[in-house]
Design a protein around this ligand. Structure first.
Ligand code: SF4
Length: 250
């Protein structure tokens, strides 16, 4: 829920989601359409499907318990390198380093002062973590990145400024093209992401004919609506029954 989404937008839906689905099995046992409706307002509905698929795998393959090892977590739909390492460290105290955009910026600026490849960044993240409490270390790195080593860095008040290579040596900012550092997002308004969210929101109120659905998406031409709908169908979020469109699982 938190990927590319502000905490303030996530808190409400997160609490409601956990009340409705207190365990992975509760989520797995619900129809996909119920899970997608509970995701309403968060955008990226494909993640709701990935979460539902992951809950089914946890129920069926892991006895209903979230696994604690990175390689097991990576098998879950929608769980990438970052999420697997974050869960293993924060929830299971495994000695693994978390590498996200914040950490990627710190490594390339403070330690390397050059752009890093993915394997260099992973190796460096592991080496700098050492053997102590991985959760505390990883949280410190995430906070350092979020509070100080941002895309526009706040070096004047940064607590590690005296040890930061880029700050001491200078030169072009190495972070933007370095591994794990995400690129700026395209604007949300008018994007396919926004339109996909609008289609899901419409169908959350019940099945629609294509004509009804497209007329509710005021001002969007029919061929673009068709493309968006086709994408949602191939993602398994929406199903077509003749002319009727509905959330998968309804
Ligand atoms: S001194 Fe600046 S570049 Fe270096 S870690 Fe701190 S915020 Fe990042």
């Amino acid at each position: 829920m938190l990927q590319q989404t502000q905490v303030s937008r996530v808190i409400g839906p997160w609490q409601k989601f956990l009340t409705k689905f207190p365990t992975p099995s509760a989520c797995a046992n619900a129809p996909l359409s119920t899970v997608v409706r509970s995701w309403s307002g968060l955008g990226y509905p494909r993640r709701a499907k990935a979460l539902h698929d992951a809950a089914i795998m946890i129920r069926d393959d892991f006895g209903g318990e979230v696994p604690g090892e990175v390689d097991q977590l990576r098998r879950l739909p929608g769980v990438g390198e970052y999420t697997a390492h974050a869960i293993a460290s924060f929830s299971f105290a495994r000695p693994v380093a978390v590498l996200d955009t914040n950490v990627g910026r710190i490594l390339s600026r403070a330690l390397a002062n050059r752009t890093l490849t993915a394997s260099e960044a992973r190796t460096m993240a592991k080496e700098v973590m050492g053997r102590g409490n991985s959760a505390r270390f990883n949280q410190s790195m995430l906070d350092l990145g979020a509070q100080f080593c941002r895309a526009a860095p706040r070096c004047d008040i940064c607590p590690v400024a005296g040890n930061c290579k880029w700050n001491l040596v200078g030169g072009a900012d190495p972070a933007p093209r370095s591994a794990a550092v995400s690129r700026a997002q395209t604007p949300y308004v008018g994007s396919d992401r926004q339109l996909r969210g609008q289609v899901i929101a419409q169908l959350g109120n019940g099945a629609r004919t294509k004509r009804q659905l497209f007329s509710a998406l005021d001002g969007i031409d029919a061929s673009r609506c068709d493309d968006i709908l086709g994408g949602l169908v191939s993602d398994g979020l929406v199903q077509l029954r003749g002319r009727v469109v509905q959330l998968a699982g309804d």
